[in-house]
Design a protein around this ligand. Sequence first.
Ligand SMILES: *[C@@H]1O[C@H](CO)[C@@H](O)[C@H](O)[C@H]1NC(C)=O
Length: 274
Amino acid sequence: MPRSTSLFPLLLLLLPPLASGLGLRAAGGRRPECGPCRPEHCPAPARCPAPAIAARDECGCCARCLGAEGASCGGRAGARCAPGLVCASRAAGAAPEGTGVCVCAQRGAVCGSDGRSYPSVCALRLRARYMPRAHPGHLHKARDGPCEFAPMVVIPPRSVHNVTGAQVYLSCEVRAVPTPVITWRKVTQSPEGTQVLEDLPGDHVNIAVQVRGGPSDHEATAWILINPLRKEDEGVYLCHSANAVGEAESHSTVTVMDLSKYKVPRFPAPDDRM
Ligand SMILES: *[C@@H]1O[C@H](CO)[C@@H](O)[C@H](O)[C@H]1NC(C)=O
């Protein structure tokens, strides 16, 4: 049931320069278009996700929630964003014409005093107000950027079995802040019988190592490709990751069946699935 005055806020929103040019906005005081406040005509008040974003409408009459991060703003209803947030325009076609989205005025992830990372300082403040008992007044920004943590292997390399001449690869996905550096090593035995870690690819012409960031933020993925596989490539491969905070390691084994030993007549070819 629209109030008789509801067209005025719409005009003010769509045509702010025109509206102010016409002097529709009262200097400093109450907007003339608001009319008397009749709380019984207000829509049922919504429960705001945090007390801090509860507010009154433009006329100071009806209770409403200010937009949290990601909420729509502007538009016909003239929805506003909570303190610390700004109404940013979004890609055309993504939402009704003229509506924006509330984004944190201060961009970038932050690390909270609880040791958790928050996508923005606004998300941290919302959490601090939403759960006052859990961290009574103590949840605050510890530093800009996400909290640092030592590497964690998200997807370890799988062990593989194959035949000589085949092409095999191992992959290793690691998460850490700062983003980790990943290297591959092979565990070999020295002639004296002690274990030696050999950095790969080393001088192996049949081994290639590739590293890239991702797939998610603060992740890196490393692959090792062995082609063609030889009997001497058999063994334990280590995916080693490190950053300023710590390091992590994960291993897998490559088992090679030497086909050349089975070159006897009538033996099935490798294509025939042994
Ligand atoms: C062995 O490697 C080939 C590629 O060279 C692959 O097609 C095949 O699936 C692999 N076999 C096993 C058992 O992984």
